[in-house]
Ligand binder design. Structure first.
Ligand SMILES: [Zn+2]
Ligand SMILES: [Zn+2]
Ligand SMILES: [Zn+2]
Ligand SMILES: [Zn+2]
Length: 334
C-alpha cells in the first residue's frame, strides 16, 4: 500500500505547506449519515435489558465519548497503519482503504466497549429486535434534531481527511503561500458549489455535480411516460400514477385492452358497440345476443346527440341507454 507523507504539514524549503481544505461532498455526506445509526447502536446496546435507562438518556454522554474516540483513532490512523504494514510485511493482511469501512470499524470497536451483559449474549447482536430498536432510535433522533446533519458533517470532514489514505475523497494539493492556494481553490475539483437546480440548496463538490444532478430531487425532467409535462424529479412517481395523461388504464367497461388514459375517449368511440352490448346484457338479462346486437346498432343510430359515446363508465352508459330506450318506445318505429 503506498502511503502518503505521514505529516500533512511537511516542510519543503522555507515554510510549512498550506493544504487545500476541500473534500468530496458526497463522501462527507455519506460518512455523516453513518454516524447517527452508529450512535444509535451504542446507545441501544448499552441500555438493553436495563429498565431504568433508555437510549435517549445516555445519548448525550455517549455521543461525546464516541466522537472523541473515533476522532482520536482517525488521528493516529496513518501512524497505526504504518506500524501495521511493517509488522505484516510478508502477509497480505491489508488494512481497509475505504473510509466508510474504516470509520465503521472505529464505531464498532467503541460500541463493543459499551455493551452491557445482554449486549454480550450471543444472538442479540444479530437479532431483528436489536435492528428495530436501532432504527426506532435513529428516527427519534432525527425527529428531535438531536444531532443535526451539518454538525455531523463537520465531524465527518475531519474523519474523512484523516483516514482517506489514498486521497480519493479529499484534495491532496499543498502550496507554499496563500496566493497560490487561493488560485488553486478557484479551480479545485473538490470545491463546493451550490446545485443550480431551482429550490435545491445542496452544496456539492464540482466533481460530484454530475452524480448529484442525476439524482437531484429538484431537477426538472420530461415526464417518464412521455406526456407533454415537465416536472421535478421528486414529483415524478406521484404524477405518473395520478394525473399523467399517459398513465396506463384498463377499459372501465371491462374490455381486455388497456391504453393510455388520454386515449379513453378514442377507445369509447371505437368500441361503442362492444360497450353497449355489455350494458344491454345486464339490462335485458334474458335477451338473445343477436337481438341485443341489433338493439345496440339501433340505439347508436337513434342517439343523434352522440350521448352514448360520451359515457365514460358503465353506470352513465346504462342511464343513457335506458333513457334512449324509453324515448324509442314512446315514438312510433320508423
Ligand atoms: Zn483542492
Ligand atoms: Zn440539487
Ligand atoms: Zn406524464
Ligand atoms: Zn372497452
Amino acid at each position: 500500500m503506498d502511503l502518503p507523507v505521514a505529516d500533512p504539514g511537511t516542510e519543503r524549503g522555507e515554510g510549512p505547506l498550506l493544504q487545500c481544505p476541500y473534500c468530496d461532498s458526497e463522501a462527507m455526506h455519506k460518512l455523516a449519515q453513518l454516524l447517527l445509526p452508529g450512535l444509535a447502536a451504542v446507545c441501544v446496546d448499552s441500555t438493553t435489558g436495563d429498565l431504568f435507562r433508555k437510549p435517549s438518556v445516555v445519548a448525550v454522554e455517549l455521543r461525546k465519548e464516541m466522537v472523541d474516540y473515533i476522532t482520536q483513532r482517525s488521528d493516529t490512523f496513518i501512524a497505526d497503519a504504518l506500524i501495521e504494514s511493517e509488522a505484516n510485511q510478508e502477509t497480505e493482511n491489508e488494512m481497509p482503504e475505504d473510509p466508510f469501512e474504516i470509520v465503521s470499524i472505529f464505531m464498532d470497536d467503541f460500541s463493543s466497549t459499551k455493551r452491557n451483559i445482554i449486549g454480550h449474549v450471543s444472538g442479540w447482536l444479530l437479532s431483528d429486535s436489536r435492528e428495530d430498536k436501532i432504527d426506532d432510535f435513529v428516527q427519534e433522533m432525527e425527529m428531535t434534531r438531536f444531532w443535526p446533519l451539518d454538525r455531523r458533517e463537520a465531524i465527518a470532514e475531519v474523519l474523512l481527511k484523516n483516514v482517506d489514505l489514498k486521497t480519493k475523497f479529499h484534495c491532496p494539493e499543498k502550496y507554499e503561500n496563500e496566493e497560490r492556494l487561493a488560485d488553486h481553490k478557484q479551480q479545485c475539483s473538490f470545491r463546493p458549489v451550490t446545485c443550480p437546480n431551482d429550490g435545491c440548496r445542496a452544496k456539492v463538490s464540482v466533481r460530484c455535480m454530475e452524480d448529484h444532478d442525476a439524482a437531484c430531487p429538484f431537477k426538472v425532467l420530461q415526464c417518464e411516460q412521455n406526456c407533454e409535462k415537465r416536472l421535478l424529479r421528486r414529483d415524478m412517481d406521484r404524477h405518473c400514477v395520478t394525473i399523467c395523461s399517459m398513465r396506463p388504464m384498463k377499459c372501465p367497461f371491462g374490455c381486455d385492452s388497456s391504453f393510455p388514459e388520454r386515449d379513453l375517449e378514442k377507445h369509447c368511440l371505437e368500441f361503442l358497440q362492444e360497450h353497449l352490448l355489455k350494458v344491454l346484457k345486464v339490462i335485458h338479462k334474458k335477451g338473445h345476443s343477436e337481438e341485443l346486437k341489433e338493439l345496440a346498432q339501433k340505439l347508436e343510430k337513434y342517439d343523434e346527440h352522440g350521448k352514448l359515446a360520451k359515457a365514460r363508465d358503465a353506470r352513465p352508459l346504462t342511464n343513457v341507454v335506458k333513457d334512449l330506450e324509453a324515448k324509442m318506445k314512446g315514438e312510433p318505429s320508423s
